[in-house]
Design a protein around this ligand. Structure first.
Ligand SMILES: [Zn+2]
Ligand SMILES: [Zn+2]
Length: 134
């Protein structure tokens, strides 16, 4: 994907394109592995001399505010980031520790409680993936 395309995705979400933001978006599009701030920082820092962990963190926070990514909290893990496409569940394999997307073609029951305002629901499975279960 070229820089112009990346810039237009950012603009679509009312995010002003900058070199850092473009690099981080590019990374998220290429690596559908639910990376943490650390992962992204370690991968991109050698290419961008002015990069810092704070930059990564602030950029992802902004992306999340604008609805471009979603952070996912998984027990015993650092916060991970996912490009937001459509709702999906996550599965973590206890052997290889990989976190995979699971299509969510079912409805999660709504919370039936007065005066509660739900802003997000996360469905999370854990166990053994097909490779590790063999
Ligand atoms: Zn596995
Ligand atoms: Zn995901």
């Amino acid at each position: 994907m070229d820089v112009e395309n990346l810039q237009s995705i950012l603009r679509e979400y009312s995010i002003k394109p900058s070199v850092h933001r473009i690099k981080i978006l590019e990374y998220l599009l290429k690596h559908r592995t639910h990376p943490t701030v650390d992962h992204i920082y370690r991968q991109l820092a050698p290419q961008i001399p002015t990069f810092s962990k704070t930059t990564v963190y602030n950029t992802l926070t902004l992306f999340e505010e604008k609805g471009l990514v979603k952070s996912i909290a998984i027990p015993d893990n650092q916060l991970r980031y996912d490009l937001y496409e459509k709702p999906h569940a996550h599965f973590r394999c206890r052997e290889c520790r990989e976190i995979m997307d699971i299509p969510m073609d079912f409805d999660v029951p709504l919370l039936d409680k007065d005066n509660f305002e739900v802003s997000s629901v996360q469905v999370f499975y854990s166990g053994l993936c097909d490779k590790c279960a063999d």
